[in-house]
Design a protein around this ligand. Sequence first.
Ligand code: EPU
Length: 473
Amino acid sequence: MDAHYDPREVRVTKNKEDLGLHKDSQKAAARVGLTSDEIIINGGRPLNGRIEVRGAKNLATKAMVASLLGHTPSTLRNVPNISDVRVVAGLLALHGVLITRGAEEGEWRLDPSNVETAHKADIDAHAGSSRIPILFCGPLLHRLGEAFIPDLGGCRIGDRPIDFHLDALRNFGAVIEKLPSGISLTAPNGLKGANIELPYPSVGATEQVLLTAVLAEGQTELRNAAIEPEIVDLICILQKMGAIISMEPNRVIFIEGVKELRGYDHAAIFDRNEAASWAAAALATKGDIFVGGVEQEEMMTFLNVFRKVGGDFDVRPDGIRFWHPGGMLKPVTIETDVHPGFMTDWQQPLVVALTQADGVSTIHETVYENRFGFTDALNKMGADIKVYKDGLHDDTRRVMRREFEQAAVITGPTDLSGADVEVPDLRGGFSHLIAALTAEGQSKVTNIGIISRGYENFIEKLRLLGADFIYEG
Ligand code: EPU
């Protein structure tokens, strides 16, 4: 099969008043072919079986943007069928990138030979769909000398400002105009290498610098950079394209600008967040799940916590088996952190398992200011979770306090019982699914389109794992 990618497939009709949660969720669901936005789950039975995870949402989407930098086509493998990928594909197609599917499942060919300026109204139709469009700035400035970026979307887990991105771009010489509908950028004197120190090792801002510096004139030194495995994978892609990038000690990345880049051929790194989510589902439901495609090295921090909580795992060449070995789970204290710390995206699914642990667990969220909204639904199901808006004072903490951090205190074990819950955001939404699968009785989970932003074929995977549910889609 070599079907052309049709941008109309992902075009959404913009209507600001309509950007409520349900509409966002329905649009996300439609992008991956889900026709219903709710699922009825009969919980209380373990999830058992094997599923596969594919390429990481947080790499594949960035790799697709990187294709804009090449003068020859790129091939990206292991691309997951999730709605965030569809949003980025739609934006690339609007800019003239020809996207075709390869013979392999998840193989995409991206041809940027005819990159062109897209109509603002068309770009604007993607407003509120994702946060990835901010990463189009550098590549579009290099290719076209101008860029228009619509209002960003993504999960509502805090303010999620883009000041680090804009400051970095200004350092490279970009001129930025903020418009009511988005931001417009030009680079009248071209983009030049810069010395940049991020106030916080932001994943997105590090990617912004990488995608801009590779073709900027001269050298760029980035300090306090993010070093997540997805960043390293993006650097590998850029190196394949002809970039010169070195990762130095202490979060320093050094980039020597080159004049031209070519396309790449790359298989995306597996999705660590999806892997951790299914592992947590095995623990919470007292199940046994083999997650294919997962590798140990990128999961080490999670695996340590999984073991401390009382879960067991077996690392094999083709994936990792996660299971609940029986007995009571144990409480833990965790701080979310940048890599190599415990990822903020891992805490929501794990919290469900912690409601079944014998004692008091504490999670300090240090990355986002508003990432415990999902706990309301868990409490409705019978959990005992208290959220402390300003975080707990705790001198033993390793991570410096950020002004917006919070803490959740989970007292277990608590019996969960089915309830009607509405998915608030991507990771929180998956935790609602796990809670419904763990709870005795029936739950109705609505707004599940949001989950399709980052979890490929999750309905099918639930079926493979023996979940008891009704999905009329
Ligand atoms: N921040 C700023 N200013 C900026 C950029 C970031 O203050 O200009 C703050 C953010 O508000 C946040 C912190 O810095 O408090 C970290 O944000 P970061 O930039 O690292 O996050 P991101 O790039 O927006 C990516 C993932 C997130 C993941 C984080 C942390 C993508 C598309 N998103 O977000 O994934 O949680 O890194 O690892 O790559 C998810 O997959 O559900 C998700 C939210």
